[in-house]
Design a protein around this ligand. Structure first.
Ligand code: NAP
Length: 313
């Protein structure tokens, strides 16, 4: 094992976009580390083995986790508990269990309940694309992206440090945060924006006076960027909204109040109020670019009018 690698044997459970990327990234960044992968779907396991997402992809989860020093659960949020339960009694006592779930309070609880006594260090790499499945992963997904570690009751300081080192080795910038604060921050920055994208794309496709072909043809006016987010995996996002219900509902309440204020400003011709609001939001965009979180070039730096936008969670 290289000096920097904090775990010699890593098991990745769930070999879709994130699990596949973890496997590839570990193989590239920590070549001495042995990666074992497992997915509930035999077809996914076959593709994962062909793509080399792990050194070995056994048919049973028992074989996948038996020798693991770190298990990374990369399944949909509401499948975390059942996936963890499948490995109960099969792990080495010193094995650290982590995950990549987009919500932290519910996931930490589900894993801790399924694996009492095991060390658990939850994590969330804030990186992704609108693609899913075993073909979607790539080794550089986490490079220069945030990974938020949310220690819980079953975490200890030394294991948390090892998980932090693990993500740094994969190229991520790591921050630690309380699980409930993570869920509120991500509700604002990721979950509610996804819900808005799902809503506006649904609204546009249901309009009677504007044809579907017109919506597609003139999509570069802004709609196109919503469609990319609204193409995100339905299972993942159903689970996120049901698992981070309280924080999402709190932010949605604030959002609808702000939307009503803008609606009123438009109705009563309050141009100054609209201008002030838009000037404030433009500043937020500037800060995001200054912090290197997005591309400053026009149209998100698309190389041509049909190029992909930068990936995000
Ligand atoms: P994905 O591409 O759909 O991969 C999930 C994989 O897990 C699928 O192959 C799925 O198989 C498998 N699976 C489901 N239940 C399982 C179980 N009980 N045991 C073993 N395998 C199981 O999804 P993803 O985008 O990688 O997301 C995985 C996790 O990462 C989620 O918790 C999500 O919140 C988190 N995350 C996602 C993003 C993102 O942008 N996508 C970013 C950060 C974090 P089937 O398809 O056959 O069910």
């Amino acid at each position: 094992m290289s000096a920097a690698a904090p775990f010699a044997n890593v098991a990745v459970i769930g070999l879709g976009l994130i699990g596949g990327s973890v496997g590839l990234a570990v193989r590239e960044a920590m070549p001495d580390v042995r990666v074992t992968g497992w997915d509930a779907d035999a077809g996914v396991r076959e593709v994962a083995a062909k793509r080399g997402l792990a050194h070995a992809v056994p048919d049973s989860i028992d074989d996948a986790v038996a020798n693991a020093d770190l298990v990374v659960l990369c399944v949909p949020v509401r499948a975390m508990g059942s996936a963890a339960a499948m490995m109960a009694g099969k792990l080495k006592p010193e094995c650290v269990v982590s995950d990549v779930g987009s919500c932290k309070v519910s996931v930490a609880e589900a894993i801790a309940t399924a694996l009492p006594g095991q060390t658990v260090v939850p994590a969330h790499p804030v990186a992704g694309t609108e693609h899913s499945g075993p073909e979607a992963g790539f080794a550089t997904l986490f490079r220069n992206r945030w990974c938020i570690i949310t220690p819980c009751e079953q975490s200890d300081v030394a294991s948390t440090e090892r998980v932090i080192t693990f993500w740094r080795e994969l190229g991520a910038t790591v921050e630690t945060m309380a699980p409930d604060h993570h869920d509120l921050v991500l509700a604002v920055t990721s979950h509610v924006p996804h819900l808005i994208a799902y809503t506006i794309v649904g609204t546009a496709s249901d309009l009677e006076d504007v044809t579907r072909s017109e919506v597609i043809k003139y999509s570069a006016g802004g709609f196109r960027d919503f469609t990319r987010i609204a193409a995100s995996d339905p299972t993942m996002w159903r689970d996120v909204f049901l698992s981070n219900k309280d924080a999402v509902l709190e932010i949605l309440q604030r959002f609808s109040e702000d939307l009503t204020a803008l609606q009123r400003a438009i109705r009563w011709g309050k141009g100054d109020a609209l201008f002030d609001h838009f000037a404030k939001t433009r500043e937020i965009r500037r800060s995001i670019i200054e912090e290197g979180q997005d591309d400053a070039r026009p149209d998100f730096g698309r190389s041509d009018h049909l190029g992909d936008a930068a990936p995000e969670d």
